[in-house]
Design a binder for this molecule. Structure first.
Ligand code: ADP
Ligand code: ZN
Length: 518
């Protein structure tokens, strides 16, 4: 079987070997097991369902929310002689009927369908009229409200699939799933004893860095002047900043396009084409840009601020280096970013549950921005993949700055938190260590805590930064929810028992990694 798969890989796609994970995923599907495959963006998931589709009788249904991506994929398949089509809102009524007719005649090996197109009658007629051996569900995290892109239309899928006359195999794919999300996908889609593959999250050709507290315009100017022949993306959090950064680049004479939700469709399409064909070197954009772009030679992705969660960050950053060449992902982090993201969550439309999920995701993102651990390791572990070595080239791995022994300060903070017994947040813990006369601190009798006032000479902000640092490094942990509380984490014990010391690097404001690639 895998022989055949490999032959198709060569014949249809022209590739000599499978990537990490692809072979196991295809093998699992061909054995007839439901599959949940978590592969990073650019990891090559399409091949994982296209090859089984080619090997099986009948028409594989591909559910995908990305209309532009559907067209690209179908065009690519048609070019190599595979019969495929799509059903989505971009089709005229005539074309739609035409595709349906051919689909019912079994003309296609693959049929892509947008989730909005699917309803109970549609599913019933597809399953009555066609032989469907496999349903591939792309962007499967959309089914989970723990994911960052929840879509109600995905929720219905399980019901319809399970009501089909001959329930097909189901293979769900996503680039972004933490353990909670994977569990949720599996439950919500009603996967039957699925084989779960988590693979390939480490991207060897990406150098990740976090630059804290930089003068951003100055940083940008230098950064661009050192990369005059490279293509890249600058992501901003808001449309206004897209405009501002775009103007900065124009002033510097850098050929740049811009892309955000406030521009006309035609303008956006033009910008995207110019970028794709290297007419402009740099794209400045909000997160509206990128769903489905597959430009191979993006050499850098620069984030003007911290995004709201690690999933979004890695998905956006991961658009660099799709061709496998060395590329950079730089996050410019300022304390203000946290305020902005909090504001966005608070003003957002979600209910309380949703907001507290977003808050805890934000905390994980903040931890990424502050950690001294290998950034690649941090991300890969966040996605649930284990046993990955430090990358050796992220800003943490390259950080040669001085290490300072801060065990004494850590012990004070840890003792304070231990005595608060997980009932209070970082702000309150900081007030206790400060020895604050805050009304509530006194009301709750926290001034009787033996660690009260241990850091009386520190500014309160510095104390909470110190506590957040201890969180980021795994000495303290924070609960989820709107009012997260802080408690000891696994890393605290060896320190409290005197078996380990706590070292902190003294960072210079602009770290080296991002300016060293000249
Ligand atoms: P994803 O959907 O996971 O983001 P794609 O399926 O679009 O990724 O694949 C990303 C790129 O990698 C595509 O250009 C694809 O042709 C290429 N690719 C996939 N599998 C292989 C392979 N085994 N060898 C070489 N290139 C591959
Ligand atoms: Zn590293």
């Amino acid at each position: 079987m895998l022989e055949q798969a490999r032959r198709l890989l060569k014949q249809v796609y022209g590739y000599d070997s499978f990537r990490k994970g692809q072979e196991a995923i295809i093998g699992g599907i061909m054995e007839g097991t439901d599959t949940l495959a978590i592969l990073p963006t650019g990891g090559g998931k399409s091949i994982c369902y296209q090859i089984p589709a080619l090997l099986m009788d009948g028409t594989t249904l591909v559910v995908s929310p990305l209309i532009s991506l559907m067209k690209d994929q179908v065009d690519a398949l048609n070019r190599v002689g595979v019969k495929a089509a799509f059903l989505n809102s971009s089709l005229s009524a005539v074309d739609y009927r035409d595709v349906m007719r051919q689909a019912f005649q079994g003309e296609y090996k693959l049929l892509y369908v947008a989730p909005e197109r699917l309803d109970a009658p549609m599913f019933a007629s597809l399953s009555e009229q066609m032989h469907i051996p496999l349903i591939a569900i792309d962007e499967a995290h959309c089914v989970s409200q723990w994911g960052h892109d929840f879509r109600p239309s995905y929720r219905q899928l399980a019901g319809w699939i399970n009501r089909m006359q001959n329930r097909p195999l189901v293979a769900a794919f996503t680039a972004t799933a933490t353990q909670e999300v994977s569990r949720d996908i599996s439950d919500m889609l009603g996967l039957r004893h699925p084989k779960v593959h988590v693979t390939g999250f480490a991207r060897d050709n990406l150098s990740l860095s976090v630059v804290t507290g930089a003068d951003k315009p100055a940083f940008l100017r230098k950064f661009m002047s050192e990369r005059t022949d490279q293509s890249g993306i600058v992501y901003t959090a808001t449309r206004k900043e897209t405009e501002q950064v775009h103007a900065l680049l124009a002033k510097q004479g850098v050929p740049a396009g811009k892309y955000h939700g406030g521009l006309a469709d035609a303008e956006r399409a033009e910008a995207q084409e110019k970028f794709r064909f290297d007419d402009v070197r740099v794209m400045v954009a909000t997160n509206a840009f990128g769903m489905g772009i597959d430009k191979p030679n993006v050499r850098f992705v620069l984030h003007w601020q911290m995004p709201g969660d690690v999933e979004s960050y890695y998905q956006e950053a991961g658009r660099a280096g799709r061709d496998g060449e060395e590329s950079e992902c730089i996050l410019l982090f300022g304390p203000q970013d946290v305020v902005v993201q909090r504001f966005l969550i608070e003003q957002g439309t979600g209910d309380t549950d949703r907001k507290s999920i977003q808050m805890s995701k934000l905390h994980n993102m903040m931890n990424y921005s502050r950690t001294q651990r290998c950034l690649q390791q941090y991300i890969v572990e966040y996605f649930g993949e284990a046993d990955v070595e430090p990358c050796g080239k992220c800003s943490s791995c390259l950080d040669r700055s001085e290490q300072v022994d801060r065990t004494e300060d850590a012990l004070k903070a840890l003792s304070c938190v231990a005595r608060l017994k997980g009932k209070f947040g970082v702000t309150t813990a900081a007030k206790v260590l400060k020895g604050s006369k805050d009304k509530r601190v006194l009301e709750w009798g926290l001034d009787r805590n033996s660690t009260y006032g241990l850091f009386s000479r520190w500014p309160e902000k510095e104390i909470s930064d110190w506590l957040y640092w201890l969180v980021a490094e795994g000495y303290l942990g924070m609960s989820e929810g709107q009012y997260p509380t802080v408690a000891l984490a696994a890393g605290a014990l060896p320190v409290l028992e005197g078996r380990e010391r706590v070292h902190q690097r003294m960072r210079t404001t602009v770290r080296k990694a991002a300016s060293s690639a000249a």
